[in-house]
Design a binder for this molecule. Sequence first.
Ligand code: SF4
Ligand code: SF4
Length: 346
Amino acid sequence: MKMQNVLYLSNLSKDHLHTLPLIVLYLTDGCNSRCAMCDIWRVPRQNMDMELVHHIVKSARRLRTQMVLLSGGEATQHPHWPSIAAQFRAHNIKVWLLTNGLLLKKQAEAIIEHVDRITVSLDAATPELYQRIRGVDALDLVLEGMRVISKAGVHVTTRTTVMRANFRQMPFIIDVALANGAQSVSFLAVDSDNPYAFGPRFEEQSTLPIASENDFGPLKEAELAEFQALLERLFISHAEHFANGQIEESPTKLRRLYDYFASLYGKASFTPPRCNAPHISVVIGVDGTLQPCYFLPPISESKNLDDLNQPEMIALRSAYRRKQRPECSRCVCPLYRGPRALLQGF
Ligand code: SF4
Ligand code: SF4
């Protein structure tokens, strides 16, 4: 077996990392969307410094990174994101853009030139609901952008955060996404309690209404049966899309969305997800802070990727692997790569 493959696989058996297959980069905490379930757009904007980017690119090369996920905030709001993407690609590191889609059309040329794949947040199938959730009237603009990018050959997927306001639109969201250039769609449950994602929404000064009291949070107990029935109908009406992978989750995985919401009311048990995110990836904040994943807090003062194997980082990997991190038990966005997937690359 090639030495490179041995190094990738050693991530799965040891807490000391020799490679870092995926880097998630928060390029900016600015965002041009106004989502009801997120506070990021309310805080003053900070963009990642280019010197920090150069340092990360150098480390990524040394750590044999396969993919960088540009995120934020809204990554396309960083004034130099195309040049950042180009720097990674110059070292054969693929670029994946996670975007709200508002600038897809305007920045199509740069995206087509510098990005390997995009994931567009698509939380509604109608302009009215889109505006209610995302705070801007832009569904048509986003869909037009998806068509342009997809037509140029960039891999386009969508991701929907399922919440009270939109669970009834799930079947239509699939149809709208696939009709507008998406190769596949995916769903995750709205997070109900993690303080490290989506801005300072649990701090006292947060202006965000408490999720359980509005339409942008988890389903209410009275809606559970309707959601369960909707899912079962979806498995039949869209059986072909499950079979050909256009819906990325299997029916079994989508039933976990029901379990997640139902467990809030003691109506189901939610099994902690399979995840090895901290062994195969890192999340780097706008100021260089290293987070083991979206939902676990920074565990060191270090802002240097070369410190990936500091004792506290190794201890964190050991702890979550031994199921000692409570955040993992209700995580809505795990990431798991087994040996074969890891060797195939992102
Ligand atoms: S959820 Fe994403 S797109 Fe919406 S405001 Fe927050 S960062 Fe922007
Ligand atoms: S399950 Fe979630 S919180 Fe736990 S390590 Fe994975 S991504 Fe992080």
